[in-house]
Ligand binder design. Structure first.
Ligand code: ADP
Ligand code: MG
Length: 402
């Protein structure tokens, strides 16, 4: 991301999607000269929707150049997806030939411009100037935005919802700030049930109103529980995919209204989880030390690395871990292929009590202490505990090289 620095004022940050190798090389070479488009990255195949959305969030280009020559239908689909993104990203079709019919089809799909070989410097400059005019003036973007912390799991039942809920309460306790706990588990959301809430509305209502969310609407969609606001998951399981641009809008609205947005997700392999991870400031992947969980943890680490997730933003947590477990942290790290950031003890009774009473876990029990430590770490609070090691091993990312 640092490479975006110098030319940002003048050059438009650009992603190239170009399965045609020759065309890609020609475009790359041509862009180097006027430098009005600064190439951040290139994809050598037309990506699937979910991969594309994740890559766009990671790279955050201002412009995407799409090869229209290799497979026009696939290219137009990519153009359509990018053109529907929020915040807007401009798409420019590229081709060997100046073909009017292809140009027209790409504009209809949502491209804002078209460049063809030999990609003359003047044509590039004109396109860049048009794109700059199309882009909204950037003033007023600098608001104080809340941070988004997501919890996902390697396997259902690992404890992601428990840790997300208790981390939200602990964050409230530690910071006194405005906290939203959002249940994005559209298949099996359990937070409202566990907290004995009776929400009228759910995430789906927020998604439906995503284009017109304001503080008053938002207040009617959430319910409060022990000092935090909760956006519940839908009552019945949703098998249909939710448009990610709408999820983005909901997250952005929440960021504007809260200091901390704690999101509970389905397992990491769900497309919604991968999308939310790409939006988050900090992500936690929760596993247990049981063999199937460890195995899926390893698979998850591979997937995240393959999708190019930034190393610093995702950390592995091992829940329900105790001395009696026949495995060490070092062993687990070897299996995962990444460090374990923190462990949490098994404490069935403490959790049973708080779930029965719909209360936050007391900060004094061992599990409560471990959760407070991780929340303190998230909040960037100095850990003044006289026993610094405890359950919090280190703030080590899932994807760092161990
Ligand atoms: N540290 C823990 N000790 C004891 N029970 C736990 C612990 N963490 C979670 N649980 C229990 O495990 C079950 C599954 O937890 P949950 O948070 O719903 O998992 P997930 O959201 O990953 O599916 C719940 O009954 C919860 O109370
Ligand atoms: Mg859950």
């Amino acid at each position: 991301m640092a490479s975006r620095g110098l030319n940002r004022e003048t050059a438009l940050t650009t992603l190239l999607i170009c399965p045609d190798k020759e065309l890609g090389a020609q475009v790359g070479k041509a862009l180097a000269e006027p430098r009005v488009f600064e190439l951040l990255s290139d994809l050598r195949s037309y990506p699937q929707t979910s991969t594309l959305e994740i890559r766009l969030r990671q790279i955050q280009p201002e412009v995407v150049l799409v090869d229209l020559a290799t497979d026009l239908n696939a290219a137009l689909e990519v153009v359509r997806i990018i053109a529907g993104c929020q915040p807007p990203i401009q798409v420019v079709g590229v081709h060997h030939l100046n073909d009017a019919s292809i140009l027209l089809q790409s504009l209809r799909a949502g491209a804002c411009d078209f460049l063809c070989a030999p990609f003359a410097s003047d044509a590039q400059r004109e396109a860049a100037a048009r794109i700059r005019r199309l882009r909204q003036p950037e003033g007023g973007e600098h608001q104080d935005h809340g941070k988004v912390i997501v919890f996902t799991s390697t396997k259902p039942g690992s404890g992601a919802s428990t840790l997300a809920t208790q981390a939200a309460f602990a964050l409230r306790r530690a910071t006194g700030q405005k906290i939203l706990l959002a249940d994005f588990d559209i298949m099996a959301g359990s937070i409202a049930f566990n907290l004995k809430l009776n929400p009228t509305y759910s995430l789906l209502d927020a998604v439906e109103r995503s284009e017109s969310l304001d503080p008053a609407t938002w207040a009617s969609l959430t319910v409060s529980a022990n000092g935090i606001d909760v956006l519940a998951a839908p009552e019945s399981a949703q098998s249909e995919q939710i448009e990610t641009s709408r999820i983005h809008d909901v997250i952005e609205c929440a960021r504007a209204l809260y200091d901390w947005v704690v999101v509970d997700l389905p397992t990491v392999f769900h497309p919604l989880s991968l999308f939310a991870l790409s939006e988050a400031d900090r992500s936690f992947l929760v596993s247990t030390c049981e063999l199937p969980s460890l195995h899926l943890g390893r698979r998850a680490v591979g997937l995240l690395s393959q999708l190019g997730f930034e190393q610093e933003r995702c950390q592995m947590l091992v829940n329900r871990f105790g001395k009696r477990d026949n495995i060490t942290i070092v062993d687990m790290e070897k299996i995962f292929g990444c460090p374990v950031a923190a462990t949490f003890p098994n404490d069935y009774y403490a959790l049973h009590k708080v779930v029965t009473r719909a209360e936050p876990l007391p900060a004094e029990c061992e599990l409560g202490k471990a959760i407070s430590r991780i929340s303190g770490m998230v909040a960037g609070l100095a850990q003044r505990d006289n026993k610094p090691a405890g359950n919090l091993l280190e703030t080590r990312p899932v994807l760092s090289e161990s």
